[in-house]
Design a protein around this ligand. Sequence first.
Ligand code: ADP
Length: 396
Amino acid sequence: MAVIEFHHVEKIYTGQTRAIQDFSLTINESEFMVLVGPSGCGKSTLMRMLAGLEQCSAGEIILDGQVVNDWTPQQRNVAMVFQNYALYPHMTVRGNLEFPLRMRKLSRREIDSRVGEAEELLGLTGLLERKPKQLSGGQRQRVAMGRALVRDPSVFLMDEPLSNLDARLRVQIRTEIGALQRRMQKTTLYVTHDQVEAMTLGDRVCVLNEGILQQVASPMELYQKPANIFVASFLGSPGMNLFSASCLDVGSDTSTFRLGLQSIKLHGQASYQENLAPAQSYVIGIRPEDLSLKGTDEDDRIHLRLIVESVESLGHEHLVYGNLLGYEASKISSEIENTLKPVTKTGRLTVRLPAHAQVSIGSEITLTARPEQVHLFALNGLRIGKHSDHHSVSMS
Ligand code: ADP
């Protein structure tokens, strides 16, 4: 059992810019924390610093109240599972599982008991006398986890453990890892660039970009209340549609925005109003799944007109791509263009519609969304309105 704390941790590799900047995070006892972010954002660096394989340039790493910066990896008692599971090919599964225990000179009884436990927990029964090459990819991955588990570590670190597996196996092992962690109740830090793994596995998810923590929250909160444009565009597939918009009017209960030649009214968002100013530019975000074809009697919704450019039929749904009518007439401020890359310049958007929806290429359709499904961001990238997270930072 362990609580992990990062206090203002920094990492500067020799001759490099900062790989990790002022990173602070507490991972609670038994928590499954997922660290997610694009390639090169510093995930492995953080994990290696926690494991003791890399020194911090500044800040403290604290395990159960003790600063461990100067501790060796062995003293920290954290177990790592990597993507290349590095089993000893000449040893049987049993040999692989016993190896770390024999190194620690545990008694025969203790070794048998721990291997038996791992065998049961990981469903390795019947496989103990096989060599790694006689196992499937998934079974090998389980043995690798077993080898980490038998050491009875206080912390589990997993660095992209599924990335070498094919798609079907990845789903299966992902589910197994989730169930295993819940049974073991071990504090776990799991690193991935895969947003589906992050959303399905994490009790909480920590989003990292360019060495800077963006947001820490439950998967649902990240999805519903992304703290900034980076998080909004990183999580969700297809990604959130993001447009520049200018604020026309701020009323006591309603504010009006213009997207090109179209305007939308957002109301009932009391927390927005105090942060808005007329004539300022903002970024409006709407997820593809929050848009639907206009029916009747939907006056309380926002409406957007779109020219359909292409349609992909996925069987259970259509992905409709199109362009907002009149959006190209909007003047995108150079600030948006330079710093907020995910924001569309052309008014292109993606919509997920049910398979029975009738849309034809080249036609004009009207889409609606509930005002509360519209995300609003300031030009510094930060969400406008309430969100409970204090870890959010601006995009740089
Ligand atoms: P991720 O795991 O998210 O892909 P890394 O932690 O591996 O990211 O890398 C973060 C940044 O630090 C990258 O810019 C990478 O090039 C740099 N980096 C990683 N390891 C080293 C190293 N040993 N020496 C110098 N730079 C490194």
